[in-house]
Design a protein around this ligand. Structure first.
Ligand code: AMP
Length: 144
């Protein structure tokens, strides 16, 4: 399965981005409201400057305390995150996320942000694929 099939199945919900100068308290609010765990940081909506996840915020809260919430996302985002393309295989994306211990991957097309896939998206797609394969095999064996 390709990343583009996963993006298609997610629908055209768009990617939630924040600018580098967004306050961490506002980013946390967006994460809570949208029920997501990570945000792409982009100054223009096309270029990926970084990624900030709930883990970055929690880590900074533990290290620096409540003043973290007054800082900007730029102070704690991961720069140059690992990205993928629509043509990448979902298995390769899953392996990269597992090795790198992160759960979000921006999708880039023609140098611009085209979507985001999470480890949850990839696992869900793989489980659906496995269920269909199982049904097809059962159908072949049972002769229907
Ligand atoms: P996550 O598991 O995605 O919540 O993120 C765990 C850590 O990895 C955080 O420090 C993130 O900023 C970082 N991270 C998230 N996504 C990526 C990515 N695609 N490439 C590199 N680092 C990432």
């Amino acid at each position: 399965m390709l990343v583009q099939q996963i993006l298609k199945s997610k629908g055209d919900g768009g990617v939630v981005t924040v600018t580098p100068d967004t306050r961490v308290s506002d980013a946390a609010q967006t994460l809570a409201e949208r029920r997501i765990g990570g945000l792409i940081v982009s100054s223009d909506g096309d270029t990926v400057d970084g990624i900030i996840s709930e883990r970055d915020i929690v880590r900074s809260l533990a290290l620096r305390g409540a003043k973290t919430l007054e800082e900007t996302v730029e102070a704690m985002m991961t720069r140059n995150p690992v990205c993928c393309s629509r043509q990448d295989k979902s298995d390769a994306v899953l392996a990269r996320m597992t090795e790198g211990r992160f759960r979000h991957m921006p999708v880039i097309e023609d140098g611009k942000l085209a979507g985001i896939v999470t480890i949850g998206d990839v696992v869900k797609a793989r489980l659906e694929e496995l269920a269909m394969e199982k049904d097809a095999l059962e159908g072949m064996i049972m002769g229907y």
